[in-house]
Structures are given as C-alpha cells and as structure tokens.
Design a protein around this ligand. Structure first.
Ligand SMILES: *Cc1c(COP(=O)(O)O)cnc(C)c1O
Length: 429
C-alpha cells in the first residue's frame, strides 16, 4: 500500500455470505461450473424454472403488444408511485378477484419487482430480533436466504411426499411459540408440483388461526395447475385467517425478465392493518426501487386481454412434460418419484444412494451428471431436502426426453453391480 494512503473501510458481511451460499442460484452455479467444456453434448438445463427460452413457451403476442403500446404512449416514462400506478393496482385487484367470493380493492395491492421483491419486502418487514417464521421443507430457498440476511429465525415444517406433499400440520403446531409471526405456503408448489385442495387449505387456515399466526401464500404459480385439483387461492380462506398473497406475471405469462409482481392483502377483518404490518410494508416500499413504470403501464392490457387459449396451450405442454418426466423416472431404478406433479414446473425425486456406486450424496450426483452428461439438475440440499433431486420439467418436450435419457444412462453406468449388492446383502445378514 502506498505511504499515507488509507485502508478501505469495507468489511465483508458474514450473514450475506451465508444468505448467498444457501441460495439455489449459488448452488446451481457450482453445478454449472463442473460442466466439461470438452464434452460436445449440448447442455440440458433442468435446474431452474425459466421456460421463456423455449419457443413452445413464448409468451402471448398480446402481452408483447401491451408492452410496446405502453412504451410508445410516452405516458410511462415517469417515476411510479411507491405502491404502483393506480390502473395497474386496479387491474391486479380485478384479476385476482375473479377467483374470490369477495372483491379486492386496488388499495389492497402493492406492486413489486417480481415475486422475489415481494419476498424481500415481507421478510424484511417481519424481521425483528425475537421473531421467527415457519417455512416449508422442501421449499423455495429465497425465503431462507432473505431470512438469514435479515436475522429472522426460520423454522421448518414438513411437506408429506406420500400425501401429495400436503403440509404436516402437526409439525407446524410443534414449531410455534409466542414469537412466531407467520407461515409460508407455496401453492401450486415449487419444488414439489403440489396443488392443494380447498379442504387442505381450510385446515391450514384453521391451524394458523388457532396458533395466532397469519399466512403468507406464495401463489407465483397461480393457475399453473394441470392435474385433478384446480387452483384455489389461499385468500379465499381470509375470513378465517389473514393472508398476504404474493404473486407475479413471471411464471403464468412466462416473462420472468419483466419483473412485475405483487403483495396483496387478503384481510377482510383488518387484522394485519391493526397490527401495523400494512404500515410497515408501505414504509418499506417507500425506500426501495419499483418495477419499471412502462411494465406497470402494460399490466391492465396483459391481465384483461390475454386469451384463454394461451394458458390452455401452455398448460397442455406442461402436463405433457410432467407425464414424460413421471414415466421416464419410473423406469430408472435408483430414482423414485413419490407424487406425480399436478402444477408448477418442478418435480422432486428421491435418490437411492445404496444402489449407486461411488456417489456420495445428491450434490455429488449433480456435479458428476453435469460433468459426464451435460445435464443440469438441482441437488435437493438446495431446497432443504438432502439426497433428493429437483427436476424442472417445463422445457421443450424433446429436450426433456433427451435429458432424462442421459440421466437414465448415467444411473446405469453408476449402478452397483448385482454381485456387489449380493455381497452387501449377505454381509449384513
Ligand atoms: C420463481 C419464484 C419466485 C420469484 O418470482 P419472480 O416473479 O420471478 O421474482 C418466488 N417464489 C417461488 C416459489 C418461485 O418459484
């Protein structure tokens, strides 16, 4: 260092390092980092849920026109107000009210830069030294990361693979104490592909009410349901317990790059308002950046004009992909799928390490799969579920088939030989 120059006062934040390390993006980048550049097989990305790159999942031209019209109008070059421009808030309120037995007001809607920023806002607002929040396991790691960074204690309740990944409500009750503020549910589910019935959601609401906590419903995959259960918004149970609904256009319209999401208050009895949570959300929104105003300007057209056929087409492809995934996986001995996905873009599959030779855990499995076969899959540890895998099936069906074929060959190459299994069995008997 030069004489007389002062040292940088920067100090690296440990909690930020932790928050990043437990994020799926951090773990996925390590899996990508293990690709073999000399391997000429094209990379098959089954690691994250962004189907926007595949032509069969392109968004509707009507949404694109809405954006173009918004930019052309020159009316949205301005800053937006902190909670979102009124026509966009009204459009979201009307869109979500279509599924509710009561009507949301535009004042119940706060626009955010995607659902990810909605998560940031909520976790930041709820964090206090004593408080804790209940999160699903397996779950969506952004909740854990934001909680770690904000020093909000996260406690985990279980989802039950043999019961369609329903919430284990006994495990919820066992976790709660007087400092628990809320529980998070993700429906339709990431990473499990679950779609909850009205009856299950009602039990969730009744449990939360009994425990004196409210529900944060991550419905970023709202309407992305293609199985027997149709999507029911948690807000429909808001007469039992207050609900904050988080959502965005990212997944349903397949435009995650447009960064437009929302926090919606489903609180007919004003419980969250009286507790000061609504004012805290408003105060937080006053000190952060907003989604781009021209995207907000396009929202009324996007939400009101999108044709039903766009959604039904996307859901048909997703259903086909989920079917391919389930069938192919059922033919791979070392991997099992406890529940066929009914919604969302992911399936969770269990890994039988005892049938594999030289694979230490799920992370090791994914690193080797990337290196040998150029297939990217997320290790379950990234979603709180060690020795499972999360597979994104919302990709072009032909690419998915190729990816699963390589996965099968990989498992065959690494399978324990019959005689090895025999000797293990006889040794243990
Ligand atoms: C993708 C996703 C988000 C983030 O949504 P964006 O609108 O892209 O920010 C939040 N929650 C879950 C469960 C997701 O899968």
């Amino acid at each position: 260092m030069e004489k007389g120059s002062k040292k940088l006062a920067f100090k690296e934040k440990e909690d930020l390092k932790t928050a990043s390390a437990i994020n799926n993006r951090g773990i996925l980048s390590k899996v990508y980092g293990n690709l073999n550049k000399d391997n000429d097989k094209p990379i098959i990305p089954l690691g994250h849920g962004d189907p926007s790159v595949f032509p069969c999942f392109y968004t509707t031209p009507l949404a694109v026109e809405a954006i173009v019209d918004s930019v052309r109008s020159s009316q949205f070059n301005c800053y937006a107000s902190s909670f979102g421009i009124p026509p966009a808030r009204r459009a979201v309120a009307e869109y979500l009210s279509l599924d509710l037995s009561y009507k949301l007001s535009p004042d119940d809607v706060y626009l955010t830069a995607g659902c990810a920023q909605a998560i940031e806002v909520i976790i930041s607002v709820l964090a206090s030294p004593e408080a804790n929040i209940l999160l699903p396991r397996p779950g969506f790691p952004m909740y854990e990361s934001r909680a770690a960074f904000s020093h909000l204690e996260a406690r985990h309740f279980d989802l039950l693979p043999k019961k369609g990944w329903e919430i284990d409500l006994d495990s919820v009750e066992a976790l709660v104490d007087e400092n628990t503020v809320a529980m998070v549910i993700i429906n339709p589910g990431n990473p499990c592909g679950n779609v909850y019935t009205f009856q299950h959601l009602k039990k969730v609401a009744e449990t939360a009410k009994k425990l004196g906590i409210f529900v944060i419903a991550d419905e970023v995959y709202g309407h992305f349901a293609f199985g027997a259960n149709s999507f029911v918004p948690m807000g429909e149970l808001a007469y039992i317990v207050p609900v904050l609904t988080l959502g965005s256009i990212s997944k349903t319209w397949i435009v995650p790059g447009w960064r437009l999401g929302w926090i919606v208050l489903n609180d007919p009895n004003d419980i969250l308002k009286k507790a000061g949570i609504v004012d805290s959300i408003k105060n937080y929104l006053n000190i952060i950046a907003h989604p781009a105003t021209f995207v907000q300007g396009a929202i009324p057209q996007i939400l009101e004009k999108t044709e039903e056929s766009f959604f039904s087409n996307v859901l048909n492809i997703a259903k086909k992909a989920a079917d391919i995934c389930y069938d192919k996986i059922s033919k791979i001995p070392c991997i099992t799928c406890p529940h066929k996905p009914e919604g969302g873009m992911f399936v969770m599959v269990g890994l039988s390490l005892s049938l594999l030779d030289g694979i230490t855990d799920d992370f090791d499995f994914c690193l080797k799969l990337a290196r040998e076969d150029s297939v990217i899959v997320l290790p379950g540890v990234a979603v709180g579920y060690k020795n499972w895998l999360r597979i994104a099936f919302a990709v072009e069906p032909s690419i998915l088939e190729e990816g699963l074929e390589r996965l099968k060959k990989f498992c065959q190459r690494h399978a324990l030989k019959q005689e090895d299994i025999h000797s293990i069995v006889t040794k243990n008997s």
